[in-house]
Design a protein around this ligand. Structure first.
Ligand SMILES: C[S@@+](CC[C@H](N)C(=O)[O-])C[C@H]1O[C@@H](n2cnc3c(N)ncnc32)[C@H](O)[C@@H]1O
Length: 279
């Protein structure tokens, strides 16, 4: 099985949409009036959740006329945040067709379909024309991709000459083995967490100029073996706590997937407990 097929298997969407729909109903909302803030607890598959997305969006410094690409868009949380806060046009690309289907639905529910489109495709061979975007984002995707140089060369190809790339990835800051499974990989065959020099070399090879220093999260491999320590150290910027009666629980936080598949969410939303969930 290829690495990309294994990645699809790892992230496969299953009954995600039905679970989110149940969560929306539980909020007393409908698919016609649910907001991107309602969806925030479930559509951000990265450490720091929506607070991290907002921080990255602000740093892109693009305006409402911009065309923005989100590579490895998951179910579209970042795309919707970009489109609604900046007013720009966004294209999301993801390897997992099920995620793209869910992304399209949630975007339709939140009235953003005229600003966002999605494609199924690989970051290593983007199904997009050259020089089409003013900015691109990559949130927690690079650790699934071994060939960082090809990843960033593809992003460079589709960006305009003065385009901006915002990257927020899990970075290796020390030697040591990861204890699998981790949220992005079931085993080492699809995990390619790399250090800052590797990213810098790949950026340079792809002709990117680094305009802000790369700032690693202090997540050490040693801590990843200790779930409690990991939680303490990898929470990232605190996500806003939703009131108890106004939130959607993560649909994967169920008995079947348990903690294994909900790492991002547990860190982003500390008030969610296993078992609160939509099936
Ligand atoms: C941890 S999730 C992050 C999703 C989204 N960026 C977010 O932060 O909410 C990683 C995503 O990267 C996608 N992905 C991994 N490898 C990819 C590749 N080679 N090409 C496109 N998407 C990829 C996965 O399908 C998954 O949706």
């Amino acid at each position: 099985m290829s690495v990309e097929s294994k990645i699809v298997e790892h992230y496969e969407a299953g009954k995600l949409l039905a679970a989110i729909e149940a969560g929306v109903e539980a909020l007393g909302r409908t698919t016609s009036n649910v907001t991107i803030d309602d969806l925030g607890p479930v559509d951000e598959f990265h450490i720091g959740g929506r607070a991290a997305t907002i921080a990255l969006c602000e740093r892109l410094r693009v305006g409402s006329g911009a065309q923005v690409l989100d590579v490895g868009c998951g179910i579209g949380g970042t795309a919707r945040r970009l489109a609604s806060t900046i007013g720009c046009q966004v294209t999301g690309v993801d390897l997992v067709a099920g995620y793209v289907d869910v992304a399209r639905k949630l975007t339709d529910w939140t009235g953003l379909s005229d600003q966002i489109s999605y494609e199924v495709g690989s970051a290593l061979d983007l199904p997009l024309g050259e020089s089409s975007f003013d900015a691109a984002t990559l949130l927690h995707v690079g650790m699934n991709i071994e060939d960082k140089q090809q990843l960033f060369s593809e992003m460079r190809r589709v960006l305009r000459q003065d385009g901006v790339l915002g990257v927020y990835d899990v970075i290796r800051t020390a030697e040591g083995d990861l204890s699998f499974p981790v949220p992005w990989a079931s085993d080492s065959s699809t995990s390619f967490v790399s250090d800052i020099p590797t990213y810098e070399a790949a950026f340079s090879a792809a002709r990117f100029e680094i305009s802000r220093g790369l700032q690693p999260w202090r997540v050490r491999a040693r801590l990843l073996r200790d779930p409690q320590a990991k939680d303490r150290r990898t929470r990232g910027p605190a996500a806003p706590r939703a009131p108890r009666d106004h939130r959607i629980s993560h649909p994967r936080q169920d008995r079947e997937h348990g903690r294994r598949r909900c790492g991002w969410h547990r860190r982003a939303c500390r008030d969610h407990q296993p078992g609160e969930v939509a099936p």
